[in-house]
Design a protein around this ligand. Structure first.
Ligand code: MTE
Length: 286
């Protein structure tokens, strides 16, 4: 890039800076304050030529100097990354919204690649009219935006058997908080005409594991969202692109990603994913 029209900073400005430092201006490092800081007194490369033009990154990524703010996996925790978890770098974030790019991932059989144009969502079972929605069909329903946190049932698990790993990322990083955009599940169930004998919905993902989960109808009609955006942008692949379920306040494993089918049933299905794992003992011991 040419430096033709770049104006050089005046020498007086730098000398002025040096004089101020010499006069004892307090900086974060008193030792440095005594010497002339080259970052202040010398002309810097970045001020002597043009920066990037507006289209250098049509969809921006974090700058390379923030490369340590990333999700982290613990290799010995699982046999393979396709059925594993990584952790949100909560120690390095501020505010309340988690950027999608570093929000923890939990997959039972890997994050799948599913195009919007190949997307289908079926509602069947105890309904008047079984329906299949395309992505465009979902977009035609009234949408809502809500901020919800998602927490894996295993969050803090790294401490259940005594401290195993240092750092908040590993002990408490199975959590993220995002603003979701989606259609209330209630509206889709109403469209299909759910039967009053329908007491549960069984939701299933399009991935190999399917992560099928049973949700009581009362919850399904309350605040469950069929979401297609998070923090204003399309869901990332790893978070269920193009469409996932958001089940506010209920453990992360219910938030079925790549959701493909919702069956209205009269009782919980007790699928593999909700009996072989994610079960809690009731007070009576069952
Ligand atoms: N949905 C499908 N289809 N497949 C999965 O493996 N994992 C579940 C849930 N939904 C999973 C899924 C689990 S156990 C959790 S904790 C959350 O997704 C994690 O969501 P995230 O990967 O967006 O953080």
């Amino acid at each position: 890039m040419s430096n033709r029209n770049v104006k050089q900073p005046s020498r007086r400005a730098f000398l002025g800076g040096a004089a101020a430092i010499g006069a004892g201006v307090v900086t974060s490092s008193t030792a440095q304050a005594q010497a002339a800081d080259p970052l202040i007194v010398n002309p810097q490369d970045w001020a002597q030529s043009f920066g990037d033009g507006v289209d250098a990154t049509p969809y921006g990524l974090p700058i390379e100097y923030e490369a340590d703010v990333i999700r982290r996996n613990v290799e010995w925790l699982t046999a393979d990354t396709v059925s594993s978890i990584n952790f949100t770098p909560i120690h390095a974030l501020d505010g309340t919204i988690t950027p999608q790019g570093c929000a923890f991932e939990r997959h039972h059989s890997g994050a799948i690649d599913l195009k919007k144009s190949d997307y289908r969502l079926m509602i069947n079972g105890l309904v008047d009219t079984p329906l299949v929605f395309t992505y465009e069909d979902l977009e035609r329903f009234p949408r809502e935006n809500h901020v919800y946190f998602c927490e894996c049932a295993a969050n803090t698990g790294m401490e259940w058997a005594g401290a195993q790993l240092n750092g908040a990322q590993f002990t408490h990083g199975m959590i993220h908080n995002m603003e979701y955009t989606g259609v209330p599940l209630r509206l889709l169930l109403q469209e299909a005409g759910y039967d009053s004998s329908g007491k549960w919905v069984f939701v299933e993902g399009a991935d190999a594991s399917s992560n099928g989960r049973s949700i009581p109808m009362e919850k399904a009609l309350d605040d469950v969202l069929v979401a297609f955006k998070a923090n204003g942008e399309a869901l990332r692949k790893e978070h269920g692109y193009p469409v996932r379920l958001v089940v506010p306040g209920w453990e992360g494993n219910m938030w079925v990603k790549w959701i493909r089918r919702i069956e209205v049933t009269d009782e919980p299905v007790e699928s593999r994913e909700e009996t072989s794992k994610y079960t809690d003992t009731l007070e009576d011991g069952t």
